[in-house]
Design a protein around this ligand. Structure first.
Ligand code: 13P
Ligand code: SF4
Length: 311
């Protein structure tokens, strides 16, 4: 075993720590983690772990969420610069102004938001439960969905609800558009196409998959939904439309099948900031602690708990 990995494992044991890693982390970090998953799965793990120290190998809003739901635990992120372009598209002041324009509307925030924005929200959701969260809200209520416009359009199309959508997008996923999709379909006519709802092509693909038989092999999934689909499928070729880090995990789950990224350029530089060296330093020096001010955490907890209860 690599010396750095064995030092990380020793430190982890000595400090009663747990390492959580998102599906987009580099392979070396995924391999040393106790749990690898999507935003929802990682939040659930953070809530139920009895470890006193959580090292969150993901981006800042994810570590904030862990800290809010586990206030008695110390939550670390190995690099404080690991942000999220999507979460950065709306701040709490902008949300307060948007709410004023739509009095009485219910605010549903995708988990890719800051703690301050969550504190102004009624519900949070992840890509795996966004539709169920919206369906759980009384039918007569207008919904403000933020910040991802593609996920918002997807949710509006599936639920048929009155949904106002914030004009945000992830810089990685919005580039995965209809052109990539058409090219990949002609190159891989027998593959299943697994598409993250943040992608630029997700809404049109979802609608086409309901209307045209040629789109039956198109599925919209959160990152963990993709893993589960592959586990339970007999197909031996998949085209993956999301950040390429997930292919490491998919290959481990089913080494015998072929995975092709929709675009090899789909790399989230924020997720890739976490390295084994930074993970080691994080454990050793207990850096960098992610703490949410008490008053914000208190208000952000309810929408997060609602998200965790709707799976
Ligand atoms: P998942 O919740 O599907 O893992 O997505 C998180 C994310 O940041 C996608 O870009
Ligand atoms: Fe944020 Fe996009 Fe990176 Fe996901 S892939 S963490 S949405 S910047």
């Amino acid at each position: 075993m690599n010396e750095l990995v064995s030092e990380i494992l020793k430190l982890k044991k000595a400090k009663n720590a747990v390492i959580l890693a998102h599906n987009y982390q580099i392979g070396d970090v995924q391999d040393v983690a106790d749990f690898v998953g999507d935003s929802l799965g990682l939040s659930q793990q953070a809530a139920k772990t009895d470890a006193s120290l959580i090292v969150f190998c993901g981006v800042h809003f994810m570590a904030e969420t862990a800290s809010i739901i586990s206030p008695g635990k110390k939550v670390l992120i190995p690099d404080l610069e690991a942000g999220c372009s999507l979460a950065a598209t709306i701040d709490a002041q902008q949300l307060r102004e948007w709410k004023k324009e739509h009095p009485g509307a219910v605010v549903v925030s995708y988990v890719n938001t800051t703690a301050e924005v969550k504190a102004e929200s009624d519900y949070c959701c992840t890509s795996s439960n966004a539709v169920k969260v919206v369906e759980s809200i009384p039918k007569n209520k207008k919904i403000l969905f933020l910040p991802d416009r593609f996920l918002g359009q997807y949710v509006r199309a599936v639920t048929g609800r009155e949904v106002e959508i914030w004009n945000g997008a992830c810089h990685v996923h919005e580039k995965i558009g209809d052109i990539n999709f058409a090219d990949a379909q002609s190159q891989h006519p027998n593959a299943d196409f697994l598409i993250h709802p943040e992608c630029g092509c997700s809404t049109s693909c979802m609608l086409k998959s309901q209307m045209h038989s040629g789109y039956k092999n198109v599925k919209i999934f959160s990152t963990e939904g993709m893993i589960n689909h592959v586990k339970n499928s007999d197909i031996d070729e998949f085209v993956i439309a999301t950040e390429v880090g997930i292919i490491h995990r998919l290959k481990k789950v089913k080494p015998e099948v072929d995975f092709f990224p929709m675009s090899e350029k789909s790399i989230c530089e924020y997720m890739k900031m976490i390295t084994l060296e930074k993970l080691y330093d994080s454990l050793r020096y207990e850096q960098f602690e992610v703490k949410v001010p008490h008053e914000i955490a208190l208000r952000a907890k309810l929408p997060i708990e609602r998200m965790l209860s709707i799976v």
